[in-house]
Design a protein around this ligand. Structure first.
Ligand code: C2E
Ligand code: MG
Ligand code: MG
Ligand code: MG
Length: 272
């Protein structure tokens, strides 16, 4: 189409585009330098049953740059995903997350977000297995969060990797469930253990149609024998609604706790 329209429209100087591009490269370069330094930290967000019982945590990456300030993972993860920088970052996150997991009570699961590009690497399975051995963390405490978008291409390779990891005990969760583009058929053909209801649906509780979506996901998950996590639980009303549907639904969100440093988490769980 570009050619039909004269082709060189893209060459027209656009100051905001070039500014955005500069910023993009600045973030990409700064992130490369930040890996392995104090700038990058892993925060922990508790996952609890409706009665408050702690069952696990999700690891969420935080970046504090001396000049750029706090950069949100919503900004830097997509930039890292444009190249193999996400593999470097993903490896650092998994390694550090398992070091943390090794210091937590053994009944707690640890969920880590995995980018599709990292998952697709030929040595992903080997890398995870090696880090599990190295850290001494029992594989069945590890939950890898993937999104439906991973399940669109290369499904044979993905299936094989999931099956191999599953055999060691590692669990899989579908993050942001209900927002992706894949069909539901993978729920029965792949080694899925958990669905995380997207926070958009959870925050819609109280608005009739959204209620029905949450209800339907929970009921479908239960029929398939999957664990259900509701993320982004912010209010008592949302919690009560979820609890009425199921006392097993795992809740994660500001109503209980925001993501916190490892030290704050230790203070929270090991006090008296
Ligand atoms: P996600 O995995 O779906 O994580 C949930 C996001 O919701 C987190 O944002 C979390 O801080 C936020 N959240 C938790 N509870 C509440 C709540 O009650 N209300 C609201 N409004 N938000 C809540 P965060 O930490 O900014 O991360 C955003 C996204 O960035 C994540 O979405 C994930 O896709 C990605 N991400 C974060 N850390 C990592 C990482 O270590 N590796 C990879 N690959 N991606 C990561
Ligand atoms: Mg997640
Ligand atoms: Mg999510
Ligand atoms: Mg997300």
């Amino acid at each position: 189409h570009a050619k039909e329209n004269g082709g060189n429209q893209l060459m027209v100087y656009n100051p905001s585009y070039s500014y955005a591009l500069e910023q993009y490269f600045e973030i990409e370069r700064a992130l490369r330098d930040a890996i392995g330094t104090e700038q990058l930290q892993l925060h922990l967000q508790p996952q609890q049953l409706p009665d408050g019982t702690l069952v696990g945590i999700e690891i969420l990456c935080r970046w504090q740059h001396p000049e750029l300030g706090h950069v949100s993972p919503g900004v830097f993860i997509p930039i890292a995903e444009k190249s193999d920088l996400i593999v470097l970052l993903g490896k650092w996150i998994v390694t550090r997350a398992l070091e943390i997991a090794a210091q937590l009570p053994e009944q707690l699961t640890v969920a880590i977000n995995i980018s599709p590009r990292h998952f697709r690497k030929y040595d992903f399975v080997y890398f995870i297995e090696r880090q599990l051995v190295r850290s001494g963390v029992s594989p069945n405490r590890l939950i890898l969060e993937i999104t439906e978008n991973l399940l669109v291409d290369d499904i044979q390779d993905i299936t094989l990797k999931m099956k191999t990891l599953k055999e060691t005990g590692v669990q899989f969760s579908i993050d942001d469930f209900g927002t992706g583009y894949s069909s539901l058929s993978y729920l029965t053909t792949l080694a899925i253990d958990e669905l995380k209801i997207d926070q958009g649906f959870v925050q819609g509780i109280g608005h009739s149609n959204q209620d029905k979506i949450v209800e339907t996901i929970i009921s479908m998950g239960q029929h398939l024998g999957l664990r259900i996590v509701a993320e982004g639980v912010e209010t008592k009303e949302q919690l009560d609604f979820l609890q009425r549907l199921s006392t097993d639904v795992v809740c994660q969100g500001y109503y209980f706790h925001k993501p916190m440093t490892f030290d704050d988490f230790k203070a929270l769980t090991f006090k008296g």
